[in-house]
Design a binder for this molecule. Sequence first.
Ligand SMILES: Cc1ncc(COP(=O)(O)O)c(C=O)c1O
Length: 435
Amino acid sequence: MTPDAETGHPHAPAAATVRAVHDELDERAARLDAEHAQTDLRHRFLLPEGLVHLDGNSLGALPAAVPPVLRRVVQEEWGRDLIDSWNTAGWWDAPGRVGDAIGAVVGAGPGQVVAGDTTTLRLYQALRAAAVLRPEARVLVTDPGSFPTDLYVAHGVAAEVGWRVELADPDAMPVLLADLTARGERVAALAFSHVDYWTGRAWDLPGLVRAAHDAGALAVADLCHSAGAMPVGLDEHDVDLAVGCGYKYLNGGPGAPAYLYVARRHQPQFVNPVPGWHGHADPFAMAGEYAPADGVDRARTGTPPLLSLLALEAALTALDGVDADAVRERSLSLTAFLRECLESLVPGVDVVTPRDDERRGSQLSLRHEHAYGVVRALAERRVVGDFRAPDIVRLGVAAPYLTHADMVTAARAYAAVLADEEHLDPRHERRSTVT
Ligand SMILES: Cc1ncc(COP(=O)(O)O)c(C=O)c1O
């Protein structure tokens, strides 16, 4: 709203001005969508008509490749071939095969990623392994703003192995590491999320890895909010260990398997704290004593959830032929345009996510006192984002299946919700904790 010249009070802009703003945004969206037509992969996904899914940072959309693969797996591999499928359909090798496919997305060469289990378990394996790789060290450095599971695991492992946990915002980690080193303290690992789940802020992964290595520590990265949305470059940047989930920008489906990256140079010394028979060097010998398999296979645990794993494998084909740089370019254009639409249409909108490209992941986080109500009211208008306590509306932008036109639709819905005070409707009071 513009301030009234005489009273200084805000007043509504004239209808013609409002229409001109909307028309201009529609025209810009059409132009930008034409410019980015090459990376529009909407046709590879099955999304309900008219829905703007801004929650791919929580649950990615369903890739069209998944249902036929799951039908085949269920009817033929499971229903007809039964136990033979462990060999004939490649079930046994699926964790490594799917791991390599994820590796291609996050810049890891073959044989360094294994898929399966949850991010939580993978974090546990990574941090316990770090304790073995850095036996003299007594400190773990991590971000207090990390996703809760990351903090729980960090404190849990620290209690088990006798580490002290030092908390620092990733921007402050290099200075903290230098201080600790100057005081003669040995740091085992620096654990951080590549992109912050709450603010959508992207941290400087190469810089953090360098700072960790300068301090003799390992870099352990959580890629949940970057894998599939932007280049990661695990090998290129010398990351030591990394984890991530399959259900966000990798579109693997609800509860999709997670993954663990163990850089090749660490694999001979990698000790699996959850040694299971699928990670044994000779699983069918049924030996009573554990002997780890070679390579990243030693990070396997027990029988993997094959239906989910094979769904994730099919889902990853939705990203075939599009490199991470192209996805990133589209994502940056979408999030910058979404911000512009919101700033044009929603007076006083409070975007928490950094404006500059280097520090922005693939989401916009908006602060609002009634964030929960806003999210629920938006959903009624077929714009699906999510709520993060206490006051954040998260709008995730999974670039492959979203368009600039969707960004205008979302901003328009946001403006309408606030203008009509739909977010204050008693139906949208926060009762449930599951959103
Ligand atoms: C950054 C981050 N780490 C970990 C997790 C959770 O991991 P899990 O797959 O074990 O539920 C999430 C879930 O959203 C997350 O955003």
